[in-house]
Design a protein around this ligand. Sequence first.
Ligand code: CO8
Length: 260
Amino acid sequence: MAYETILFETTGSVAVITINRPKAMNALSPVVIGEIDQAIAAVKADDAIGAVILTGAGDKAFVAGADIAAMSKMNPLEGRAFSRAGQEVLFNMEQLPKPIIAAVNGFALGGGCEIAMACDFIYAAENAKFGQPEINLGIIPGFGGTQRLSRLVGKNWAKELCLTGALISAEEAKAIGLVNRVFPAGELMDAAMKTAKGMAAKGKVSTRAIKELINSGYDMPLERAIPMESECFATCFASPDQAEGMGAFLEKRKAEFKGG
Ligand code: CO8
């Protein structure tokens, strides 16, 4: 598959998707959004890939938002279509049965912060900056920012970020729970790769169940979400991974999950 605006590389069991428009701060045009979706579909179809890293090209930006030049010409219907298309891609990322790490290597603003939040967790470089500055453009977040941000960091921080358009540092983002870990810029990709490889080596059935349970159970009442866990727990016992994982522990060796 040939891509124009992203790079798609695989290193063993890990796919790295790099948004590659450094001159435009890796802004998300409709073409970029479509190509990310194609790459996610390619990852889903490839059994050899167990985890994904999403990052931005260059050392300044992860993604500085949706493409303002492209959006400046949109009418309300086109704006809604662009917003819906982006939201669908972000749902496809959340529903991918393999973990995605956002490796945020610079500005993650507007749609950039939103796409990072649709990943399973965020690692950030020390120089990264996060924000939802759409209010400064006379619009609002349109790729789920008002909803995912409040679920991740609480209503008060979501309101402060969306209503002021202020940017926060990687350390501040970590303090409010938006970012899991912060690394010196030169160490970010190695750290993300190490974690991604580790996750890719786990059992596929367990990985898929954990991601799906945490995502879908998060907004449900506990008494409805908890029984879903028992069902998935039972499914794990039908997988060869369970026999391998427990057998390996008892035999004092490292488990080698084959999936299934
Ligand atoms: N879209 C298009 N081009 C951009 C964007 C962007 N979001 N961000 C930067 N660029 C371009 C600049 O226009 C500039 O291009 P050129 O060299 O041709 O003039 C180039 O990237 C470099 O940018 P700067 O010269 O501004 O670089 P600085 O280092 O001075 O500043 C910043 C970097 C702070 C990141 C600055 O570029 C900036 O503020 N960018 C815009 C950030 C922003 O407002 N993002 C939110 C966009 S809105 C959004 O994401 C909504 C998402 C939901 C959409 C829903 C659909 C309707």
